[in-house]
Design a protein around this ligand. Structure first.
Ligand code: SAM
Length: 230
């Protein structure tokens, strides 16, 4: 038997490509976006009560990594990408039915639009459902997970002076916390763990409509080189 699900909306996100998106929500509080709700959920009735709620669960489709062949084991980046574990022990994007879930901060709700932050969602992500985060049920003080027991260790992010100036100008133009976004995302060390970067190797990603370029001075230190229009 199979079932059909239909998106209730789509995410508009600062993240235009998968690379450098934090691996879980709330790791980059400056990561902002909006869920554009589709009819009939774009009406005031559908969001009544959300004004009393600080965080929501976004249930979504990993639409860029959907696959026909089931994977029983995955190689999570968290384990360096070279150790495999069962798909049900991981939050990897390759999974049965391609369903993801993220608890994010709800900044503001208006009919047809939910403004959210701390997101780990790609622009264009189809949203299947939204539920309130319920602290007493969803925050489990006795829970443990030896594979991912704490947030990833952060690395240092420094700026070339002209790159910082460029970022300040784009932040002002976009009216978005671009500098914080860049620092919070790059501090997560986005490179695949198997790559041993040299200071000559450039990395880049698009946030909003700007291209951010950086290099690794050491394994623990990133330097932002350029922030320019994509
Ligand atoms: N919090 C969610 C979960 O646990 O189900 C997602 C975790 S998953 C490890 C996070 C990664 O999914 C991000 O780093 C990003 O690269 C990727 N991602 C986000 N939106 C996506 C989409 N629509 N399609 C495919 N990959 C996506």
């Amino acid at each position: 038997m199979s079932y059909t699900v239909t998106p209730i909306g789509y995410v508009r996100s600062c993240f235009k490509e998968k690379f450098a998106i934090p691996r879980q929500p709330l790791l980059a509080p400056a990561a902002q976006g909006c869920i554009e709700l589709l009819p009939p959920y774009d009406q005031a009735d559908a969001i009544a009560g959300l004004e009393d709620i600080s965080h929501i669960w976004v249930i979504f489709l990993f639409h860029k990594t959907l696959e026909d062949t089931p994977r029983l084991k995955v190689r999570p980046p968290r384990l360096g990408g070279n150790k495999s574990i069962g798909v049900f022990a991981s939050r990897a994007t390759h999974r049965p039915n391609g369903i993801g879930q993220s608890a994010v901060r709800l900044e503001r709700a208006e009919p047809g639009r939910l403004w959210i932050s701390g997101i780990d969602l790609l622009d264009g992500t189809p949203v299947l459902d939204i539920k309130p985060y319920v602290p007493y049920a969803d925050s489990l003080s006795m829970a443990h997970n030896a594979i991912a027991d704490s947030a990833p260790t952060l690395i240092t992010v420094s700026w070339q002076p002209n790159a910082l100036q460029q970022a300040e100008q784009h932040a002002q133009r976009l009216q978005q916390p671009l500098i914080e976004l860049i620092e919070q995302c790059l501090a997560q060390d986005p490179r695949p763990a198997y790559q041993q970067p040299t200071p000559e190797r450039m990395y880049g990603v698009q946030f909003y409509d700007v291209q951010v370029r950086w290099r690794y001075l050491t394994l623990e230190q990133i330097e932002v080189i350029e922030v320019c229009l994509a």
